[in-house]
Write a protein that binds this ligand. Structure first.
Ligand code: G
Ligand code: G
Ligand code: NA
Ligand code: MN
Length: 256
C-alpha cells in the first residue's frame, strides 16, 4: 500500500499544512502561544491526522523532510504574523520534534538558519519533545537540547507522565516546561487519582523551577481548578481546537 509514496508526494508538493492550537496563561487568561500541529489533506480530499501519518513518516525516514518542513513553515508563519501585526505579535509557536527526527537530522542549524532568514529570535519558539526521545541516546539528545537552548528557545517535555519512569533526566536536561498529558487532565474533576497525579507533577515542576502546561482542558471548571493548583498554562477544546492559520491569526488580532 502506498501511504509512504503518497506522503512523500504530499511533502514534495506542499500538501501538508500546520494548524495552530492556542495556549493560554491560566492566571491571567492571556494568549501566550500556539502549538503547530501537522495536517494532510490528500488529493481526494481525505484528511489525515498525525496519528495516521507520523508513524509512517518515522518508519520510512520521511520524518526528516516532514520535520524540516514543519520548522521552516512555523518560522515563516510567525514572521508573516509579525509583519501583518506591525511588530512582535506577542505569541510563540511550539513545534513538535519526534525522537526519530532528532536521531536522524541536525535540527539546530536548520532552526538557526530559518531564524536568520526570517529575522526572528529563537525565544519566539518552543520545541516539544517526548520522553521517548531520551530513551535511545540520552547524551546525544542532551547535546541537542543544549544547542536549541543556545538559540534562546523554550524546551517543553510533551505527554509528561506517560513515557518514562526514570526521572533522573529532569535534573540534567534544560527543560523549561512539563506538558501534563491530557489523559491525566481531561476528566480529572471526577477522578481523585488523576488529581493526585496532576498535583504531583505540578509540585515536581515547581520544585525543579519548571513551568507547566495542562493539555486537554475541556471545561471552564477545569481551567479554574488548574489555575488554583498553580498550573502555568492551559490548552484544550474549552479555548479552541487546532485552528487553520488564518483563524489563529484572527484570534491573535482580536485579542488586543
Ligand atoms: O493534532 P493531533 O492531536 O492529531 O496531534 C497528535 C500528535 O501528533 C501531537 O501530539 C504531536 O505530538 C504529533 N504531531 C503533530 N504535528 C507534528 C509534527 O509536525 N511533527 C511531529 N514530530 N509530531 C507532530
Ligand atoms: O500531545 P500532543 O501534541 O499529541 O497533543 C495535541 C493533540 O491533542 C492535538 O491533536 C489535539 O487535537 C488534541 N487535543 C488538544 N486539546 C484537546 C482537548 O481538549 N481534548 C482532547 N480530547 N484532545 C485535545
Ligand atoms: Na505536542
Ligand atoms: Mn502532548
Amino acid at each position: 500500500f502506498g501511504m509512504e509514496t503518497a506522503l512523500r508526494r504530499a511533502i514534495d508538493r506542499g500538501h501538508l499544512r500546520l494548524n495552530y492550537q492556542p495556549i493560554y496563561d491560566l492566571a491571567s487568561g492571556r494568549l501566550v502561544s500556539f502549538e503547530a500541529l501537522a495536517r494532510w489533506r490528500d488529493e481526494a480530499g481525505a484528511e489525515f491526522l498525525p496519528s495516521d501519518f507520523i508513524p509512517v513518516a518515522e518508519e520510512s525516514g520521511l520524518i526528516v523532510p516532514l520535520g524540516r518542513w514543519a520548522i521552516e513553515e512555523a518560522v515563516r508563519r510567525l514572521a508573516e504574523w509579525d509583519a501583518r501585526f506591525g511588530g512582535d505579535c506577542g505569541v510563540k509557536i511550539a513545534v513538535n520534534l519526534s525522537a526519530i527526527q532528532l536521531q536522524r537530522d541536525s535540527i539546530t542549524p536548520l532552526l538557526q538558519s530559518a531564524l536568520t532568514t526570517h529575522g526572528l529570535p529563537g525565544s519566539r519558539f518552543t520545541l516539544e519533545l517526548t520522553e521517548s526521545a531520551l530513551v535511545t541516546d540520552p547524551d546525544r539528545i542532551a547535546g541537542i537540547m543544549h544547542g536549541l537552548k543556545g538559540l534562546g528557545t523554550t524546551i517543553a517535555m510533551d505527554d509528561f507522565g506517560t513515557g518514562y519512569s526514570n526521572l533522573a533526566y529532569l535534573q540534567k536536561l534544560p527543560i523549561d516546561i512539563l506538558k501534563i498529558d491530557r489523559s491525566f487532565v481531561t476528566g480529572m474533576l471526577a477522578d481523585r487519582d488523576k488529581v493526585a497525579i496532576v498535583r504531583a507533577i505540578l509540585s515536581l515542576a515547581q520544585a525543579l523551577g519548571m513551568q507547566t502546561t495542562a493539555e486537554g482542558v475541556e471545561t471552564n471548571d477545569l481551567a479554574q481548578t488548574l489555575a488554583a493548583l498553580g498550573c502555568t498554562y492551559g490548552q484544550g477544546f474549552v479555548y479552541a481546537r487546532p485552528l487553520e492559520a488564518e483563524d489563529a491569526y484572527a484570534l491573535l488580532e482580536n485579542r488586543r
